[in-house]
Write a protein that binds this ligand. Structure first.
Ligand code: GLY
Length: 458
């Protein structure tokens, strides 16, 4: 079998899913060179070499050291993409990278995203206003401007910092604050660090599409629903995502086919605008991972990212029928004209450490996590379960949970309920002081989404 070396720039369970998809290749013998945030036990077991640290220089030196063994690189997390890891590695080592170049890391600015949408799909862009400290208004004037804009929006507002904050800087009227003073206090904590958008809150149900590209073609994937809030019933603060589900087809139970088609059209328009007249290999990778709201009057864009979603990509890779290494080569060669996914549903449930989200101030218990019983479920469910450690680290022979989302269990089934049961069996088999949501992809949650859309569109 042909040997292929891959530089994997990793962070968390999403990277474990990418490593798994690469190593399951039936056409290539894959060797992974892992530049990682921590000693991820899953990736470490598969890796030929591992380097800890995600700053550009560290990754570059690691790539240089192994340049003769590496055929291409692929990147998961947004930080290195925004910092221009592709530009630097390609320039200094000639290793071709699968991720957008720095200029296309559109995730770096929500203001830029809103302006781009204004230009190519204004109907999908909620009303917004940018407040920029560079304009230097006095505090009283700033407050007056914010109040005037809230009058126009009838308080139905979302506050978003311009710079990426992994979803956690976003504050929503009715969810995170119920008075203007609370909203303004949140606004000021963001404004201290740079521009802030206050945009119209769009009522509806969220979903996302992730798009693969070789710089010429744009390939949309099935819709995925992320669960951003910390607790069951969508309570608590926003997190990086506590879990996600996809259905067997391309849309979710609360969506019409038209919603998916419209979301695709919006993605295409943005891609065409970014690409310009020619092809743009600089857009190679996942140039768009678009978060939408299914609203009363159609699909609106919530935000645009330029990387795979975490957990959303974890819903997709296990059901990809194509050999993922071949997909990577097609992205590199400009020949990615389509992708084949199995008609399967998948549910990802994350388990997180006791102090995640700051709800428990201190946990002085043991952070050891034993995944062996969860892995053993592979004997029962075969290819329908995956256990992907994320913010975990191998210390000696033990695996320890760190501060962020520790491990996810992926269930794959003919429908969402099947997939969810497998995912929850995986979660229940993990031995460690972790917690999780129990309602990811639950019948009750989905029913609520369906009823919500019905009442909006009645
Ligand atoms: N699931 C949210 C994100 O990847 O940004």
């Amino acid at each position: 079998m042909e040997k292929v070396g891959v530089l994997l720039v990793s962070y968390g369970s999403r990277a474990a899913a990418i490593a798994d998809a690469l190593c399951r290749s039936e056409n290539y013998d894959v060797r992974i060179f892992d530049a990682d945030k921590q000693k991820n036990p899953f990736i470490l077991e598969k890796a030929a070499a591992q380097e800890i640290g995600l700053d550009t220089e560290k990754i570059l030196n690691f790539a240089k050291k192994h340049r003769d063994e590496i055929d291409f690189g692929i990147v998961g997390p947004e930080g290195p993409i925004i910092d221009g890891i592709r530009d630097v590695v390609e320039k200094e080592t000639k290793i071709r990278m699968i991720c957008p170049a720095k200029e296309y890391a559109i995730e770096r600015s929500k203001v830029l995203q809103r302006h781009l949408l204004e230009k190519c799909c204004p109907d999908a862009n909620p009303r917004f206003k940018v407040f920029d400290p560079k304009d230097r208004p006095g505090k009283d004037e700033l407050r007056k401007d914010v109040w005037a804009w809230l009058d126009e929006l009838e308080n139905n507002a979302v506050v978003k910092p311009d710079a990426p904050a992994t979803g956690k800087g976003v504050g929503v009227w009715g969810d995170h604050f119920s008075t203007r003073e609370q909203l303004f206090a949140h606004f000021l904590t963001c404004y201290e660090h740079g521009a802030v958008i206050i945009e119209e809150k769009v009522e509806g149900e969220e979903f996302s599409l992730q798009f693969f590209s070789d710089g010429k073609h744009l390939i949309a994937t099935d819709a995925v629903r992320d669960y951003k809030r910390a607790f069951d019933g969508d309570l608590g603060a926003n997190t990086g995502g506590m879990g996600s589900y996809k259905d067997a087809g391309n849309r979710l139970p609360f969506m019409d086919q038209k919603d998916w088609d419209d979301a695709l059209e919006i993605g295409k328009k943005i891609f065409d605008e970014l690409k310009g007249d020619g092809d743009s290999p600089s857009l190679r990778g996942i140039p768009l991972y678009m978060a939408y709201t299914c609203a009363r009057d159609g699909v609106k864009v919530f935000e645009i990212n330029s990387r795979p979603g975490d957990p959303e990509m974890i819903n997709l890779l296990p059901v990809l029928k194509d050999d993922f290494v071949d997909v990577c080569f097609r992205m590199l060669d400009g020949t990615l004209t389509g992708l084949n996914f199995a008609r399967k549903a998948s549910v990802v449930t994350y388990a997180v450490p006791m102090t995640y989200g700051g709800y428990r101030k201190k946990f002085s218990g043991d952070n050891k996590v034993d995944l062996s019983k969860a892995y053993e479920l592979g004997k029962k469910y075969h290819d329908s379960i995956r256990i992907y450690p994320g913010s975990m680290e191998l210390r000696g022979k033990e695996t320890r949970a760190l501060g962020s989302r520790a491990v996810c269990a992926v269930g794959i089934g003919d429908d969402i309920e099947d997939a969810r049961n497998i995912s929850l069996d995986g979660i229940a088999s993990i031995d460690g002081a972790l917690w999780n949501r129990w309602d990811i992809g639950s019948e009750g949650h989905i029913k609520k989404s369906i009823e919500h859309m019905k009442s909006l569109r009645r």
